[in-house]
Write a protein that binds this ligand. Structure first.
Ligand code: PGA
Length: 245
């Protein structure tokens, strides 16, 4: 694990965008995994700007989504599918043929998970996976207490996730379960970028980086991952005691 602390959200986001661009330059057919949430929004904006400015070719890469709310259709703003199209795929000009997302509308989550697991295996793993961190320490929908050895799976959502999840939707939305890549796949990624900014994330960043490595805080497993880079701004780093930079 490498930790980089930035003066502000801008420089943190620019670095995340640069790492994704380097990944695609080095391996044009890279498998990229994108999350939703507020944290990566500026990285996505800068990624699209840099792509245009430097003519980076994203036409050969393949993209997957980290997770999805079960029961929420893809045309609803707030679903991971809708938000990834709006913030990542459309700005980068990524075509549907280059995308596979979990669907929130399914009677067979096991089949959904199997398809995703096979796809990740077919690509020989994820080349670059970006993730935010929940204030409960989740990564994707790997909630506190979840089995770290799992691949894609259905997950009952933690109360904190259910509450903060409402903020992504225009109207109150029934949320209960999610579908997510598992920590086994997150940790096996050739690049695992964990992003956090702002003081609301300071306590969980301290717990994840300086507390016990435990499945009660799935993000703490970032420390067991050789290929991980934690990118945080100084507000999210404000409670850290170790010298990380
Ligand atoms: P946020 O969500 O980026 O909106 O803070 C992160 C997460 O819950 O994983």
């Amino acid at each position: 694990m490498e930790v980089k602390i930035f003066d502000d959200y801008n420089t943190m986001s620019a670095t995340a965008a640069d790492i994704i661009i380097d990944c695609v330059k080095n391996k044009p057919n890279a498998l990229l995994c994108f999350p939703t949430g507020n944290t990566p929004l500026l990285s996505y904006k800068l990624l699209a700007e840099k792509k245009r400015e430097h003519h980076i070719d994203f036409t050969k890469c393949f993209c997957i989504g980290l997770d999805e709310w079960l029961g929420v259709p893809p045309e609803v703003k707030g679903s991971c599918s809708y938000d990834l199209h709006e913030h990542v795929f459309e700005p980068l000009g990524i075509k549907e043929l280059q995308i596979h997302l979990f669907t929130g509308i399914t009677n067979d989550t096991k089949a959904e998970c199997r398809t995703m697991n096979e796809l990740v295996r077919k690509h020989e793993g994820i080349d670059c996976l970006l993730a935010g961190i929940g204030i409960n320490g989740h990564i994707g929908f790997n909630e506190p207490g979840s089995d770290i050895s799992m691949e894609a799976h259905e997950q009952l959502l933690h109360p904190t996730t259910l509450a903060s999840g409402q903020n992504y939707f225009r109207a109150a939305t029934k949320l209960e379960k999610g579908i997510t890549l598992g920590m086994a796949q997150v940790m096996a990624s050739k690049r695992f970028l964990l992003l956090a900014n702002g003081t609301p994330k300071a306590a969980i960043i301290k717990t994840a980086l300086e507390g016990e490595v435990t499945n009660q805080v799935p993000a703490s497993y970032v420390r067991r991952c050789e290929n991980s880079i934690v990118l945080i701004d100084k507000d999210a780093a404000s409670l850290l005691e170790n010298k990380w930079n």
